[in-house]
Design a protein around this ligand. Sequence first.
Ligand code: HEM
Length: 243
Amino acid sequence: MLSSSRIKEFHSIRSQAMDKLIDRLRAEAKANGGVVSVLKNARFAVFCILLRMCFGIEMDEETIEKMDLITKNVLITLDPRIDDFLPILRPFFGKQRKRALQVRKQQVENITPFIQQRRVAIRNPGSNNSAMRFSYLDTLFDLKIWSNPEKFDPDRFYLGKEDADITGVTMVKMIPFGAGRRICPGLTMATVHIHLMLARMVQEFEWTAYPPNSDIDFSGKFEFTVVMSNTLKSRIKPRGDTR
Ligand code: HEM
């Protein structure tokens, strides 16, 4: 799924997502005197691509935003807690457990219909014009790609018993994707997306600080990963627009 040939295959999806990103930035800038939220729009664009690659079917913008929100809620809510390791403490975490179950239910209810849609699309070729030729979900439907797929067998990856590419890097100065055996397998794809997104955003707009002449506020908060406490805003102007 993350190989360069597969990544190439999703070229048209990336193009569409970048067009949507630019349209959204343009609309937001127009409505807010040039000021835009950077992360919100970049997240949307990346989600457009990842959802299409994952589910292989088209989703409207509202659904994409909803899926993003659900995924974010799952990540934030299902962070490991002390009672996961010490079940004796469970009674003290009733509220958190209830919230986790709610979020999980919401996730299942919202995502299952898309899994069904994809299943129908691949069982009936030609029935859904927007269906991609290949999606990540397909690999999960095809249990034959693993030997003994139902068995919990961590040893399956040892000694070439199962084909699984585990790459690592040697020297690093900065490790945004981790390193070694657990390095992020999405590295190539993620860098393609980041380069593409930056290129399109800079190609279309001139970017300046907002509030004007302010420094970037690097203070962070923990939200599954560390994110900016005050999300980045910027003022943009379409290139060639002399106003
Ligand atoms: C800018 C985007 C991304 C960043 C900064 C990032 C960063 C990371 C980091 C730091 C890790 C932990 C590595 C470690 O434990 O040493 C990781 C793991 C992982 N990432 Fe990413 N990632 C990105 C995008 C993606 C994408 C697009 C995918 C898949 C489509 C992906 C899939 C994964 C998976 C499956 C793991 C777990 C690997 C494992 O534990 O063996 N990531 N990522």
